[in-house]
Ligand binder design. Sequence first.
Ligand code: SF4
Length: 384
Amino acid sequence: MSDLAATTKQNLLDLDREGLERFFADELGEKRFRAHQVMKWIHHRHVTDFEQMTDLGKALRAKLHERAEVRVPQVQFEKPSADGTHKWLLAMDGSNAVETVYIPDKGRGTLCVSSQVGCGLNCTFCSTATQGFNRNLSTAEIIGQVWVAARHLGNVPHKQRRLTNVVMMGMGEPLMNFDNVVRAMSVMRDDLGYGLANKRVTLSTSGLVPQIDRLAEVSDVSLAVSLHAPNDELRTRLVPLNRKYPIAELMEACVRYAQRKRGESVTFEYTLMKGVNDQPEHARELIRLMRDFDNRLQMKDAAKVNLIPFNPFPGTRYERPDDAAIRRFQKLLNDAGRIAPVRRTRGDDIDAACGQLKGQVMDRTRRQSEFRKRLQQGGAGAVA
Ligand code: SF4
């Protein structure tokens, strides 16, 4: 049970515009525009105390006190990095915390948001996977990560913003927590929420084919796919989900997604691991795969590739390739006409680089005793 949903009062952070309008009409007997006022107070001004919502009448404030609350995740620990990256460890309940990371870059600021406490998909190169899975985050816990970061950054819609993009790429597989993620992404894109353009909200999945199709029906966000290997034999070793949804099926789902989005590109993430998937033959297979995707959509650069040098973490069997190997891999793609930026390692002095998010997970199946031990050793800081 989520602490952010633990009382009988309705946490307003759990509701998108539609849900809030319904709550105001059905539960409070109030007009829609009141819901809009409250949404602005919460997401634009970061106010959680109804008493400070000064354009609401006294009677409505009293009703809200009685029936509702705005409960945000508690910052357990935060750490700025020398390169401007900022990491928060946010307590979601008495025993679980997730990490959220803000990464500034030229003209943009991206927040990497978590969707689950831990993850059960067991990708063999992933730090989060080593912690097992505990539970899905609620909508409040997902949008609460954006709320905490936006407040810290002084983010104000319609002015110059420091938070311009959100990627659902933190801990967890977002499509395993479909409804809560879709609702939270709706608040991210709502003008009464964070006002981000569809293209600036990206959902990254390891390849749950039916849910990609479902997402295409209900949302217009950008899609990124954790590919990491150009053939089934290798991908199954890295991303076990591939056994269920092999590459051909996954690529078909991506084609359908892009077609429904009227030719939007799809990004394929490829984490480079030394001696595993960084060889020229892998690059050539990847080029063929990407070319097929472009051809299916009859669109140049329909498939975008992001190369991510592996970030080692304690206990992993994988290594980061050396710079020459990364450049060689990239050059093969470039020579084939494929833009393939290498993601700069950011925030690695605070363990905030891609694949390093760990949080604090109480896995009901495997990790309970370890969690207690860590807490005894000094709480969140010891875990992060
Ligand atoms: S890479 Fe993503 S889907 Fe795979 S185990 Fe890690 S968090 Fe889960």
